[in-house]
Design a protein around this ligand. Structure first.
Ligand SMILES: [Zn+2]
Length: 147
């Protein structure tokens, strides 16, 4: 991510107006942009990658098609409160993708959007409680993949 460009641009924008960044949707990049002063985002990444079986988790992204999830009875993300994570397992999502069932991409898309909505809600709460930097460090330390 071009943090220098975002930082430079935000420094030149009025402080009392929202700052919008298009095309950034990976969880670590969103947190970096928030730290630089961005308020709003718009990106196809969470839905685009979901359609091919990539789901966001607090530990990093997961390709649910991998054989490692064949017998995994855990939810897509243990910490996600969404309806998909409450009702379905990684092995079932893997089955749906490998069987070319349209429900697989739909459930992965629902989860990824819910995941990001929850992440942004948590970021807003951390900002409101004046603990965003520490919260962000904890989230990024647990995030094992590049995006
Ligand atoms: Zn979920």
């Amino acid at each position: 991510m071009t943090t220098d460009l975002i930082s430079h641009t935000c420094a030149g924008l009025p402080a009392d107006h929202p700052r919008y960044l298009m095309g950034v949707g990976a969880p670590p990049d969103l947190l970096d942009a928030i730290a630089l002063g961005v308020d709003l985002f718009d990106c196809v990444l969470p839905t685009r990658v979901a359609r091919t079986g990539t789901i966001f988790t607090r530990r990093g992204r997961v390709n649910i098609r991998n054989a490692a999830y064949r017998d995994d009875t855990g939810p897509p993300d243990e910490s996600c409160p969404c309806a998909v994570c409450a009702r379905y397992t990684r092995s079932y999502l893997r089955h749906l993708f490998n069987a070319d069932e349209m429900l697989g991409p739909r459930l992965a898309t629902y989860h990824n959007l819910s995941f990001l909505a929850q992440l942004m809600e948590d970021a807003r709460a951390a900002i409101a409680n004046n603990r965003f930097d520490g919260w962000r460090r904890e989230i990024l330390a647990a995030y094992a993949t590049p995006w």
